[in-house]
Write a protein that binds this ligand. Structure first.
Ligand SMILES: CC(C)(COP(=O)(O)OP(=O)(O)OC[C@H]1O[C@@H](n2cnc3c(N)ncnc32)[C@H](O)[C@@H]1OP(=O)(O)O)[C@@H](O)C(=O)NCCC(=O)NCCS
Length: 170
């Protein structure tokens, strides 16, 4: 059974293995991918706090982290930010997701965004913004298959050409 859960010690082993893979890929420090080795207890506490708007770093908004679990294993994570800032309106948007590198091209990308759109609805977001680099073919498919409408493409210094999509939550 596939489900989204908030970070928990229950899936510690596969989560740690995935963080190692994501760091090797260079995702280190990007959004909230922690650096391996990492203190999972501290991570769980931090994500819980951020979800409740506590102890946020400067310029961060409340955001909830969910893990995609399939067959009792961690396969990816998604952050749902509760609001946008001027910066997130350019790069970041409401929702950001990662699939563990060794679990890609199996359909999990479609699934994680679909389930995150239900969480966004529960958080009171009727429509969400998702940004995506213009050359990220996998993510473009994931967004468009989930109903994303392309509203804009903007040139940015950090990421080059970035697509701005909006999707209705579910
Ligand atoms: C983008 C990402 C989430 C896609 O996850 P995934 O689990 O591989 O996606 P899926 O298996 O659901 O694939 C979705 C579609 O994209 C295609 N696809 C996935 N990765 C691709 C790639 N690197 N190049 C070309 N096509 C790709 C798949 O073939 C599939 O298309 P199809 O249905 O026509 O066969 C994953 O590559 C990832 O975590 N990347 C790093 C973080 C990131 O870019 N996040 C998104 C930020 S906007």
């Amino acid at each position: 059974m596939m489900k989204l859960v908030e970070p928990t010690l229950k899936y510690k082993d596969t989560w740690l293995a995935a963080i190692k893979e994501l760091n090797n890929e260079g995702a280190k420090g990007f959004w909230n991918v922690p650096t391996y080795p990492t203190d999972i207890n501290e991570y769980i506490e931090r994500t819980q706090n951020h979800s409740q708007g506590k102890d946020l770093p400067d310029y961060w908004v409340p955001a909830t982290t969910y893990w995609l679990i399939d067959d009792e294993k961690f396969v990816g994570h998604v952050n749902v930010r509760h609001e946008l800032t001027d910066k997130l309106k350019i790069i970041g948007g409401h929702i950001g997701y990662y699939i563990r590198p060794t679990e890609r091209r199996k359909g999990y990308g479609y699934k994680i965004l679909g389930l995150a759109l239900i969480k966004a609805h529960e958080l009171g977001l009727k429509k969400v913004m998702i940004t995506c680099n213009d050359d990220n073919v996998g993510s473009i498919k994931v967004i468009e298959r989930n109903g994303g409408i392309l509203k804009d493409k903007v040139q940015t210094e950090e990421e080059g050409l970035v697509r701005h999509y909006w999707i209705e939550s579910r």
